[in-house]
Design a protein. Structure first.
Length: 182
């Protein structure tokens, strides 16, 4: 009986000490396009107020089962790679020094989009359960670099200025991305 109590106490302490996988901060259920846009605008404005001379990049991703996640900026990780959830769409914005950004997604069953999305426009799909497989990002008036990870691969080597990140022709989803001004 004593052994069972000791074992139970040890197991309880062990499980309490294990780190839990944090769930992503989803903007909220039923997030609207306008609220995602407003979140990106607020984050860019906040960063511009802190360091007005600097160029900042902020971005938000739409993830399977989670909707749009909270906006992140300047090299922070967007997505939920620890949970293996696919990114389906992305919005990217840049502020400072007259800079801009354009980006082109490669999406499951669609391939490369024929036109770029620019300055906070949605790239990819929402509501269609299509994975974002690859992405090209091009800074205008600034140099942007980025890396991504996904199904079956860790964070890739850094890519910059319209180089492909992710995979093409391998049917693998992207699950995390980080973008920064170089």
């Amino acid at each position: 009986m004593l052994r069972k109590r000791v074992l139970s106490a040890v197991l309880t302490a062990l499980f309490a000490a294990l780190p839990l996988i944090a769930t992503p901060a989803a903007a909220s259920a039923g997030t609207t396009e306008a609220s995602v846009q407003a979140s990106l605008d607020r984050e860019l404005a906040k960063r511009a107020a802190i360091s007005p001379a600097a160029v900042h990049v902020c971005y938000a991703v739409h993830v399977a089962d989670y909707d749009w996640l909270d906006t992140v900026c300047d090299g922070e990780e967007a997505g939920v790679p620890a949970l293996g959830k696919r990114i389906e769409a992305i919005r990217i914005g840049v502020n400072g020094g007259g800079a801009g950004v354009c980006y082109t997604p490669h999406v499951q069953d669609i391939g490369w989009f024929t036109s770029e999305s620019c300055n906070l426009q949605e790239a990819g799909t929402t509501g269609l359960a299509k994975r974002l497989e690859a992405l090209k990002i091009r800074g205008a008036g600034t140099r942007l670099c980025y890396t991504a990870m996904g199904q079956g691969y860790e964070y890739q080597d850094v890519r910059c200025q319209n180089e492909v990140v992710g995979t093409v022709g391998q049917a693998r989803y992207m699950s995390g991305i980080a973008i920064w001004v170089a």
